[in-house]
Design a protein around this ligand. Sequence first.
Ligand SMILES: Cc1cc2nc3c(=O)[nH]c(=O)nc-3n(C[C@H](O)[C@H](O)[C@H](O)COP(=O)(O)OP(=O)(O)OC[C@H]3O[C@@H](n4cnc5c(N)ncnc54)[C@H](O)[C@@H]3O)c2cc1C
Length: 462
Amino acid sequence: MIIIGGGAGAFASAIKANELKAKTLLINKGLPLGGTCVNVGCVPSKTLLWAGEVMHQAKHHGIPGIDIEVKNFDFSKVVQHELDLVAKLRAEKYEKVLNGLENITHIEGQATFVSPNEIEVAGQEYNARKFIIAAGSTATVPSIENIQEVGFLTHIEALKLKQQPKELIVVGAGPLGLEFAQMFARFGTKVTILQRNVSIFPPAESELTNRLAEILTKEGITIKTDVQVKSVRKEGNKKILTYTVNDEQEEVSVDEILLATGKTPNTQGLGLDKIGVDINEKQAIKVNPQFQTSQSHIYAVGDVINLPIRQEPTAGREGTLVAENALSNTQNSIDYNTVPWTIFTDPQLAGVGLTEEQEMKQLGRCLCRTVSFTDVPKAIIIGRTEGLIKMVIHPVTKQILGVHILAPNAGELITGAMMLIRNKNTIDDVVNSLPMFPTLSEAIKIAALSFTKDISKLSCCV
Ligand SMILES: Cc1cc2nc3c(=O)[nH]c(=O)nc-3n(C[C@H](O)[C@H](O)[C@H](O)COP(=O)(O)OP(=O)(O)OC[C@H]3O[C@@H](n4cnc5c(N)ncnc54)[C@H](O)[C@@H]3O)c2cc1C
């Protein structure tokens, strides 16, 4: 087998292929081993977000009688700590792991198909019976006049800056844009988000995204929605961005521009057109539920494919399942309705399953409740009542179909909701369960109770 890529998807495939004793070649080029998540994605961004959160909590814990002063903030030291952590995790979790896989050979180089069973790497050709493409994606550069000439940051450069920008424009308000906006704002950078849509992160529940936008605005981030970014020019050290809002033209002058307008699958240069592997209009490889491309012996996983929810756990799981499909003729697939996602702002925004809008589309009616964290005792105790939880259930069976949470550590809380949806639990199952008191995860039970009771009239331990 040949695996193209060296990130989460490729590693999971390699580990499974090794287990199945398949003679396998792993070819990676571009990012170092480990790919996006460990090098320029999840790990470094969450390390910097945590640094910002610690500083923010020190100043805004809200407990009378405790006065914490942040005496010093050294941006370059915080970034160096992040880069050291990345190097450590890359060595331990990827380089060392790969060295221990006795059936896997690794080479560095750009892989290009020359025929359906043959690829070329640096002038050398390699054959295989099965292929897994796990080539990931690269930051999309939108068409803004002069953007290449003036220059910009993507997540890759923004995670290794030597100097903190004083003023930053973030173009895009998806998970990446929102996380970087808050990270830099909490470090003291003046941040403006320019978002093309009418709200931040439109796929999520609008009540929750509206609340998150309010929270970020209160922290000092300017959010402009319904914006069309037109052009950029340089004046001295400043970058001047021209955009339209409600057909009015405006300008903003900043030190840096961070592009967070999505990712484009790395399909160019793979030679897919020569071998009949189809891609869609967004350059993503089209796969069936078993991750098979239009050539049945060539599979694809992770950020490079067209399935919903592209993140580290999905790339990894797909990688494991696909290696088995390719080598053992299994028919493994994933139910993406039960896969949670998280935006790691503070509070975090996490979701699993259907939103109200999706239930309306699927069933023609909807049964849902939104509960404020002002009704969750633990949130009152820690002074974090700003969040909301929304639960969507089946109008007849009362089965839980979707849970969306805006709260501190919502990414942890959503795991409980994920199990409820996977196990097809109803609100009665949750109401009859006994979550620990006082915890934020009690919010899930309170949301379930809210379908049948006025929760404002319940005592603490309901
Ligand atoms: C800033 C940021 C933060 C993120 N945070 C999170 C998070 O908190 N949680 C989460 O779950 N997900 C997060 N993600 C998403 C997650 O990182 C990706 O979904 C995941 O890493 C994709 O894995 P992959 O294996 O598909 O691709 P990658 O990890 O990108 O690996 C692809 C590899 O293939 C190489 N390659 C490409 N073309 C070729 C070729 N022709 N020949 C050889 N090699 C090639 C690339 O250089 C790369 O090394 C984040 C992403 C970003 C950008």
